[in-house]
Design a protein around this ligand. Structure first.
Ligand SMILES: [Zn+2]
Length: 139
């Protein structure tokens, strides 16, 4: 049975979501500064991707390390109610794999930036550099 009350759970969720959106803001800021133009949360695409760069036919998801199980030190597991969390994590990961496969089948280049990769500007720049290294704008 679930040990968290509804209120506790929504607190946990919102704190994690906020962190994730901070990561998103950092990535958006850096992309914008570098001159890339993008669209946010396009509802017509599966998974409502965080960032869409139509000119590069590229999609960037910014993943919270906790929710998407990055495996870095931010990937903690709550000590109580393990089964609930494991099911939840499992669903997140397999859902994303489906989304990714389907978007790629439609010709999108799907990239992930992890929350922890966005914290230090220098590292984020390197990561973005990797993503755009071989990409050419579509005319
Ligand atoms: Zn991470």
């Amino acid at each position: 049975m679930d040990k968290f009350s509804r209120e506790q759970r929504s607190l946990i969720m919102s704190s994690v979501k906020n962190k994730n959106s901070k990561a998103e803001l950092r990535v958006r800021y850096e992309l914008h500064r570098t001159g890339y133009r993008f669209r946010l949360h396009r509802k017509d695409l599966l998974g409502k991707p965080d960032i869409v760069l139509p000119k590069y036919k590229t999609i960037i998801f910014i993943h919270g390390c906790f929710w998407h199980r990055h495996g870095c030190k931010r990937t903690t597991t709550p000590c109580t109610n393990i089964e609930y969390w494991e099911t939840k994590f499992c669903k997140n990961v397999s859902r994303f794999n489906e989304v990714k496969k389907s978007l790629e089948a439609d010709g999108w280049n799907v990239q992930v930036i992890w929350e922890c990769e966005s914290v230090k500007t220098e590292l984020l720049k390197i990561r973005l550099g990797q993503i755009f290294e071989d990409l050419k704008p579509i005319k």
